[in-house]
Structure formats: structure tokens, C-alpha cells
Design a protein around this ligand. Structure first.
Ligand code: UAG
Ligand code: ATP
Length: 507
């Protein structure tokens, strides 16, 4: 049994916290009752109750929200500017994002102090690594008769109390701290979470203690007017994870590994992992595909043994090693590491479907930028020699425009047959996006077919393949929505489309 009622703190505690962290930008005394208990800290006027400390923030913020909050019983507000239309006392701060994170951490009584949290950052592999680690932790916990660990990932939010599809990879501070509180209260003890560069840049994880911070890799992505202005901003944001981590896990095979290691020096312990450098603390060798399993030998400071996993793709060994490294830092027993990895599945990541005659393999995968499609196709080429390789994909519209170049080049380099289709076109037209991608395929001397309707495209990709063949359906993974001009609209997931088409397969 657990109680979900949490303590409440007087306004003075919150005020002192901002003062101590140098966030107050007004030295004038605050005309508010500092002894009054804050019943809720909120940035959403729709949730306000009497006794709320209201946070004014956001590009879409309107002063009317503050007036609504005051009417519902908010008694003080925190903001980077005063709002003269509101008579409530104002705590003026210099940085609303940092302030909000610290206030949220306080409001939920610093729940990360009661959990072992692993934060995972990197351009690619965060979700997969988080699922691997959760599977290992849960093996261990089940063997002790304990409840499952919690996870906050792009795929799912499961804090032991709330379980639903995630809105963001890393939640905003007030949501994040509530999830951490839930996890701590229900006895999850361990929590694995993805930490996006956006979250670090905007201090969403401010105040959180990570037992382990994992840095997987870095590549060009998320550089756009609405995300990061340039690669340096993106990289520097990700490196911030180590400032709040006790132990660091660093991939020596990543680009810029030296710089990542230097940033990790702020942590009290560093675990390096690699498939290339035998000097790494966690080192994998003898990597091979054996039937439906990927096997490799791993050496850690505590043991040397063979590990296996169901997920194909040599890049998944990197993710597995990251999880093994985090498990090492957390003291997860060897047997739970091995069993957890062997059993782990990740929806929409390298989901594989084979025809009974074994001549046609369809792979559904979430690769949706150049780095991931390159890793995916090069790995499939190695693992399925001598087969025709078809790739089907599209690119998102209105953002991430550089993905067209990276994905086009990866397809041009590796595929025999290329089908371009819809993938979250947003405000753009699918044929226009495909034409852009085609411009990056052409220099490789390859041709491509544009089939805007994804259902038709998948069917033709599969049924018109020349066996022995592999058909890769990239980009959407387990997603069930297409983001179009009018917003998200439901769509059939690729795995279901693949199963449907395979029913009509005629060898
Ligand atoms: C809608 C939007 O663009 N939101 C972004 C923005 O938040 P914001 O604070 O400016 O949001 P806002 O909607 O303008 O805020 C309005 C405020 O008014 C309040 N309100 C609203 C209505 C009302 O009646 N009353 C009221 O009080 C709202 O509760 C809110 O507090 O600033 C935040 C800074 O943390 C961003 O995270 C957040 O990202 C949106 C949600 C988003 O989709 N971001 C993406 C890019 C993102 O973060 N992605 C990463 C993954 C990508 C990666 O791997 O790097 C992620 O972690 O998910
Ligand atoms: N270590 C890796 N290196 C390169 N590509 C990878 C790696 N791991 C996974 N991928 C590719 O990236 C895709 C997304 O993987 P995953 O969801 O685990 O990463 P992520 O970091 O959570 O991604 P995103 O930030 O896009 O949500 C996979 O479907 C696969 O194609």
C-alpha cells in the first residue's frame, strides 16, 4: 500500500529556493504571506485550486490565464515580467524555465532523491536502450518479488501509477516530478528515462538526481528554427546530462567521444563501453547473428559471458552495451542482465516478419533520419547478403528538412529498390517532399518510385519484391498517426500493413 498524498510547503520555502539559486530578479520585498501553505504549483490556469502558486510561462501564454488563475484562487505568481492587469503579488525571476524546474522539484518533495534514476541521452537508440535496461531491472526485481521499475520514454509513460502513451520524450518539469513522485511512492525504486536535448536545453530535468547518465551517440539531428539553431547547441545541450549524474556511461565508439568523456569527468565514476576498443570497461566482441538471435561476448568489471538478444541490427549491440553499462553502475546481477536482454522487445524497432519459405523478410523500423537509416540499411546488407534490398520511407514536412539529404543518401548508397511515400508531411505535399529526397538519391545512379499512399506503397513494396529479398519499412515504427495539414490523423501501423500484404505473398 502506498499513499499518494504529499506534503505541502509554505510559500517562504519556494521563495528561499529561488533566492538561494540566484533566480530572483527583484530585490524589493515580496508583499505576500510567506507562511501561507502552497496547495499546488501550476503553470496551467485550468488546474488551479485555492492556494496555488501560478507560473506564467510559454510562447502561447496569455495574461488572461493569470487572471483566470487569480479568480480560481491562485495567491501569488512567478514570472519573468510583471503583469499590471493582475493584482496578485509577483515573484519576479530571471529564468522562468530554471525556476519552474526547481519549484516543481520542491513541490513534489525532491522525489528523485528516493529513486535510482538512469537518464539516457543520444541521437539514436534512447528508446531501445531504455527498454533493454528496464527489462534487465525487471528481471532482477521479479526475482526478489518486487514490483516493476518505472519508465519514461518516447513510447510510453509508465510511472507505476499512470500508464499511457507519452506526449514528449521527456516531460515538462511539473509532469516529470509528478511521475517521479508516483514512482517513488508506489515502490518502483528504479526509473529509466530518456532525456532529450530539448529537455536539457530548457532545464526540464532541473533538480533531478540521476544515479546514472548514459551518453549513446551524437549525430546531426533536431537542428531547425524550432529546436536547436546549430549542431553545437544540440551537442552542448546533450552534454549537460552529466552535470546532474552521479555515474556516467560513455560510448567510446561515438563521434566526439573525447569531448563526451571530458564532460563526463564531473561524475564520480565513468563506465566506458565499446565494440571497438578492448580498453573499454564494458567491451563486446564476437558479435554474430545466430538464427533469430544476435549473440556477443561481453566483458564487464564483474563478469565475462555471452549475451544474446532477439533484436537484429548491429547498432542494437551498441544499445545493449549501453544498458549493460548502466546495469553495471546500478549493480544489477549478471543473470538478470542476460535474461532481461534476451527477453527484451521494443515496439516498432526492428520488428521482423518472415514468409514460411524464408525467402522474404520484412523489417518494420523507426529509422527516420540519415544516421539511423544508414545504420539500419548497412546492417541489413551485412546480415542478409545476396538478397534484393528494398527500402520504403518518406520524410517529415515543415521541420527536420536535413533528414531528406541523410535518408536519401543512405537509401542511394545501400538499397536496390527505393519507394518513397508519406511520413508526417505536415504542411507540405508528399510528392514535393519525395522530389526533394530524390535529388539526394540521384547522384548514386539509383532510381526511385513515388507512391504517396503509404498503404499502397507497403503492399507494392512487399508483393513486387524479387526474392530472395528484404523489404525495410522505415520511419514510422509502431506509430498509428500521420501528421497532416489538419493535424494528426489515424493510420494503420506498418506492422499490420506488412502482415496484411504477406497474406497475399505467392512464392
Ligand atoms: C507548444 C510548444 O511548442 N511547447 C514548447 C514550449 O513550451 P511553452 O512553455 O512555450 O508552451 P506553451 O504552450 O506556449 O505554454 C503556454 C502556457 O499557457 C498555459 N495555459 C494554456 C491554456 C490555458 O487555458 N491556460 C493556461 O494557463 C499552458 O499550461 C502553458 O503553461 O517550450 C517548451 C520548453 O521546454 C517546449 O518543450 C515545448 O515543446 C513542445 C511541447 C514540443 O513539442 N517540443 C519538441 C520539439 C520536443 O521537446 N521534443 C523532444 C524530443 C526531441 C529530441 O529528441 O530532442 C521531447 O523531449 O519530446
Ligand atoms: N545506436 C544506434 N545507432 C544508430 N541508429 C540507431 C541506434 N539505435 C537505434 N537506431 C535506429 O534509430 C531508430 C530509433 O531508435 P530508438 O527509438 O531507440 O532511438 P531514439 O533515440 O529514442 O530515437 P528518437 O529520438 O527519434 O525518438 C531505430 O528504429 C533504428 O533504426
Amino acid at each position: 500500500m502506498f499513499s499518494l498524498s504529499r506534503p505541502h510547503f509554505p510559500l517562504g520555502d519556494y521563495y528561499q529556493l529561488l533566492l538561494k539559486n540566484g533566480l530572483l530578479s527583484d530585490s524589493a520585498p515580496l508583499h505576500a504571506d510567506l507562511t501561507r501553505e502552497v496547495r499546488l504549483v501550476s503553470c496551467d490556469s485550468q488546474t488551479v485550486v485555492p492556494g496555488t502558486l501560478f507560473i506564467c510561462k510559454g510562447a502561447a501564454f496569455k495574461p488572461q490565464y493569470l487572471l483566470d488563475a487569480a479568480e480560481k484562487g491562485a495567491f501569488v505568481y512567478v514570472s519573468e515580467r510583471r503583469w499590471p492587469e493582475c493584482a496578485l503579488p509577483c515573484i519576479l525571476v530571471s529564468d522562468i524555465r530554471r525556476s519552474m524546474a526547481l519549484l516543481a522539484d520542491r513541490a513534489w518533495n525532491h522525489p528523485s532523491g528516493r529513486l535510482h534514476i538512469t537518464g539516457i541521452t543520444g541521437t539514436k537508440g534512447k528508446t531501445t536502450t531504455a527498454y533493454f535496461l528496464k527489462s534487465m531491472l525487471d528481471e532482477w526485481r521479479r526475482s526478489q518479488g518486487k514490483r516493476e521499475s518505472a519508465i519514461l520514454s518516447t513510447m510510453i509513460t509508465d510511472d507505476g501509477v499512470e500508464r499511457r502513451p507519452a506526449k514528449l520524450t521527456t516531460p515538462e518539469p511539473l509532469d516529470l516530478q509528478r511521475h517521479l513522485w508516483n514512482a517513488a511512492e508506489c515502490g518502483a525504486e528504479y526509473l529509466t528515462m530518456e532525456v532529450s536535448s530539448q529537455a536539457l536545453k530548457y532545464h526540464r530535468t532541473g533538480g533531478v538526481e540521476f544515479s546514472v547518465g548514459v551518453f549513446l551517440n551524437i549525430g546531426e539531428d533536431h537542428i531547425s528554427p524550432v529546436e536547436h539553431p546549430d549542431f553545437e547547441d544540440y551537442f552542448a545541450s546533450k552534454l549537460m546530462i552529466f552535470r546532474q549524474s552521479a555515474a556516467a556511461c560513455v560510448n567510446l565508439d561515438s563521434d566526439f567521444a573525447e569531448r563526451i568523456l571530458t564532460a563526463a569527468e564531473s561524475c564520480s565514476k565513468i563506465y566506458t563501453f565499446s565494440t571497438k576498443f578492448s580498453t573499454a570497461d564494458i567491451y563486446a566482441s564476437e558479435i554474430r547473428r545466430d538464427g533469430d538471435a544476435t549473440r556477443f561476448l561481453v566483458r564487464t568489471p564483474r563478469y565475462t559471458r555471452e549475451l544474446s538478444m532477439g533484436l537484429p541490427g548491429s547498432f542494437n549491440v551498441e544499445n545493449a552495451l549501453a544498458a549493460v553499462a548502466a546495469a553495471e553502475a546500478l549493480g544489477v546481477p549478471e543473470s538478470a542482465v542476460a535474461a532481461g536482454l534476451a527477453e527484451a522487445t521494443v515496439p516498432g524497432r526492428m520488428e521482423t516478419f518472415n514468409t514460411p519459405d524464408g525467402k522474404l523478410t520484412v523489417i518494420v523500423d523507426y529509422a527516420h533520419n540519415g544516421m539511423s537509416l544508414e545504420a539500419l540499411l548497412s546492417s541489413v546488407r551485412r546480415e542478409f547478403p545476396g538478397r534484393q534490398l528494398t527500402v520504403l520511407f518518406g520524410c517529415t514536412g515543415g521541420k527536420g528538412l536535413d533528414r531528406r539529404e541523410g535518408m536519401g543518401q543512405a537509401a542511394g548508397r545501400w538499397a536496390d529498390r527505393i519507394i518513397l511515400t508519406e511520413d508526417d508531411p505536415g504542411p507540405e505535399e508528399v510528392p514535393d517532399i519525395c522530389a526533394d529526397i530524390g535529388g539526394y538519391i540521384a547522384p548514386f545512379g539509383k532510381t526511385w518510385t513515388v507512391i504517396p499512399d503509404r498503404e499502397e506503397a507497403v503492399e507494392r513494396a512487399i508483393l513486387e519484391a524479387h526474392t530472395p529479398a528484404v523489404v525495410v519499412l522505415a520511419g514510422k515504427g509502431a506509430e498509428q498517426q500521420q501528421k497532416r495539414k489538419n493535424g494528426p490523423e489515424p493510420c494503420v501501423p506498418d506492422s499490420l500493413l506488412a502482415r496484411r500484404a504477406l497474406k497475399h505473398y505467392d512464392p
